[in-house]
Design a protein around this ligand. Sequence first.
Ligand code: NAD
Length: 481
Amino acid sequence: MKLLQNFIGGELCAPVSSAYLDVYNPASGQVYAKVPDSDKRDVDAACAAAEKAFPQWAATSVDERSRILSRIADLIEARHEELAQAESLDNGKPLWLARKVDIPRASSNFRFFSHAITQFASAAHEMTDAINYTLRQPLGVVGTISPWNLPLYLFTWKVAPAIAAGNTVIAKPSEVTPMTAYLLSEICREARLPPGVLNIVHGEGPKVGSELTKHPLVKAISFTGSTRVGREIATVAAPMFKKISLEMGGKNPNIIFADCNYGKMLDTTLRSSFANQGQICLCGSRIFVEASIYKQFKADFVTRTKAVKVGPPTDPESKLGAIVSRAHYEKILSHIELAKEEGGIILCGGEAVFPNGYERGWYISPTIIEGLDVDCRTNQEEIFGPVVTIMPFENESQVLTLANSSEYGLSCTLWTENLSRAKRMARNIHAGIVWINTWLLRDLRTPFGGVKNSGVGREGGFEALRFFTEPKNVCIQFENS
Ligand code: NAD
């Protein structure tokens, strides 16, 4: 059984308590590793190591920081297969998906910020007798907290800009999927990242995450996870005047007009509904379809969904793998029961699946529900699983109201060939990201985040570098000549 360790001050170390938590393989439902059950003492040690490392790291030239980030990207690429296998085993996602998306994106995150930091500039404001320039300085010791759905992808999305900007970091991966963050600690040593620049403390959210949030040395928290936990973090961090970036839940609309490119829409809607077992914050879980094509869409979407294979993550034919944990699996199944109680009709799926040889794993068939109105709990609460609802609409203004009637506002997908309508809708929809005739097409330079209960602040590109730096205005008055 693999025993994971914390990464503090450049050393791999056991938790002070010597206690460990079980790590499960969702495909089989079996424990396969142990992760440190860290507590305040480990967080204190990591903060001390980060504080010690900060002055030298902040003074390290941008070129040198860039070179180190680039080496980390190279090493992730060199260990691509090992990392993909580890991610799939830990999370339950299909191995082909980890190979194609998660691990390449983790190396891209380091590669991107290794370049971005060399292009990051700040403003100067000239007066008749003076000049102001803005110094962008690292914050100091910062904390990052990430979820289980895209473990290494989202972990590195925060860590890379934080260290590129000259901060030192205490990073807390999800206790549900700690494996690839652990492997990254080995990679950081190999890349000669100075000790204490990145510290990884494993363990539970209410222990490690909350200690990190309230630690007086930690100047900022960058969090991705549920809205419930984001709210808790804001409650603790705001009175301490820490900077916070919160990427939280979603209940994203997928709006399909009759004039769309039907074939492309159908292929993409299959992905945007069920990719990663529906466990992507950007999945479109509320599908609104223009009434004139509703019947056809329903028939085609159900047929295509029934053909989707759910199975062990290592099977290349499996389009959907296992749900990440027993608790989450039970939560999704209970939401399906709730949908039935609310009067929803299950058009396909709606039940647990038991693949041959993997009967104790946590699998759920992709589920389409109709007959519910937008205000019911099924359409208001985030399920975060392979479950979508479909609803007909009559016109643009009606669907805008329906789509916006959610406390969330992360992303929206629009399908129409009418550019004027697409532009109008994009302007009026409550979301941080709008995809038109596509889904999850990402350019790392763009602002990433949500509105309403989906988020505070933006990640991505220079937005992330701005978050991880403090602007200081310096004003120099000239002598009259
Ligand atoms: P979660 O909120 O339960 O946990 C996220 C992280 O926070 C974990 O590392 C957890 O240990 C930690 N945590 C838990 N309690 C804490 C506390 N009291 N203080 C500090 N940290 C604490 O979320 P999850 O179940 O891991 O992930 C699923 C959620 O993440 C979904 O709601 C999903 O929408 C969201 N998500 C959002 C985005 C985005 O970009 N907006 C991306 C991915 C996932």
